[in-house]
Ligand binder design. Structure first.
Ligand SMILES: Nc1ncnc2c1ncn2[C@@H]1O[C@H](COP(=O)(O)OP(=O)(O)O)[C@@H](O)[C@H]1O
Ligand SMILES: [Mg+2]
Length: 247
């Protein structure tokens, strides 16, 4: 019997450039990025401050427009969509986790988790809801308001909220930036589990080698260019690559 292994690509950037401002004030934040992110994989984006990590993530997620080039999510070229189509695509296919947890303070954890689906007029798949709650370990916190939760628990609510709509990809920008190292490790472990057990695709921006070591692959930016990558990273291999970049 022959078996073929096919790696599906969830997100692709082709020759993406991004220029902020004009003339003398122009900042070339991305200078021609070609990169693909495999489905059901956890990829980290690293690089020195100002190297273009957030800009790349925003362009990949359709939160910002590119100056040139293409971004494709699944089978849709998002750089060809108008604002309304983009909003819909983000709502239906993309999940976000930010450094600030962005939870609504008056809603309970469960209401926060269900909100994006309700806005999209969709029902949560109850089996998936239960699995996500199990995965992120929030069963006994569902009726709590964000102010009654620790930072780590709030970020786990944000992770659950992103997972529950089964997006084609979750983008996370410094998701552990506001957490102490223990809570950060918890959140990263949940992201890792959601890739392994739920088949989620995650692209995470981080400047922390330990956070990046939870990923399957790390890609490195410098001055708006993709300059290196590491498979099956460890904190040490990530640190070595970063040091080489900054040398
Ligand atoms: N809205 C903006 N207007 C002008 N310049 C920007 C803007 N956002 C980012 N930049 C510039 O683009 C470059 C890349 O920024 P950013 O993507 O935030 O880097 P990183 O996330 O790696 O720290 C930096 O030089 C930054 O100053
Ligand atoms: Mg940034």
């Amino acid at each position: 019997m022959t078996t073929t292994t096919q790696v599906r690509t969830a997100v692709v950037a082709r020759e993406v450039t991004k220029v902020y401002g004009e003339g003398d004030a122009a900042v070339h934040a991305l200078r021609g990025i070609d990169v693909g992110f495999a489905a059901e994989e956890f990829t980290a984006i690293m690089g020195p401050s100002g190297s273009g990590k957030s800009t790349l993530m925003h362009c990949l997620a359709g939160l910002d427009t590119v100056t040139d080039g293409q971004v494709i999510i699944g089978d849709v070229e998002i750089t060809g969509l108008n604002d309304k189509q983009l909003t819909l695509l983000r709502r239906e296919r993309v999940g976000f986790i930010f450094q600030a947890f962005n939870l609504l303070p008056t809603l309970t954890a469960e209401q926060n988790i269900r909100l994006p689906l309700e806005i999209a007029g969709r029902q949560a798949d109850q089996a998936l809801f239960d699995r996500v709650i199990e995965t992120v370990g929030l069963r006994d916190r569902l009726r709590h308001k964000p102010s009654e939760l620790s930072g780590g628990q709030q970020q786990r609510v944000a992770v659950a909220r992103a997972l529950i709509s089964k997006p084609q990809v979750i983008f996370a920008d410094e998701p552990t930036g506001n957490l102490d190292s223990r809570s950060g490790a918890e959140v990263l472990a949940f992201l890792r589990r959601s890739v392994r057990e739920l088949g989620q695709t995650i692209v995470m921006v981080t400047h922390d080698p330990v956070a990046a070591s939870y990923a399957d692959r790390v890609v490195f930016l410098r001055d708006g260019l993709l300059v290196s990558e590491v498979e099956r990273p460890t904190p040490q291999t990530v640190l070595d690559t970063l040091m080489a970049l900054e040398a």
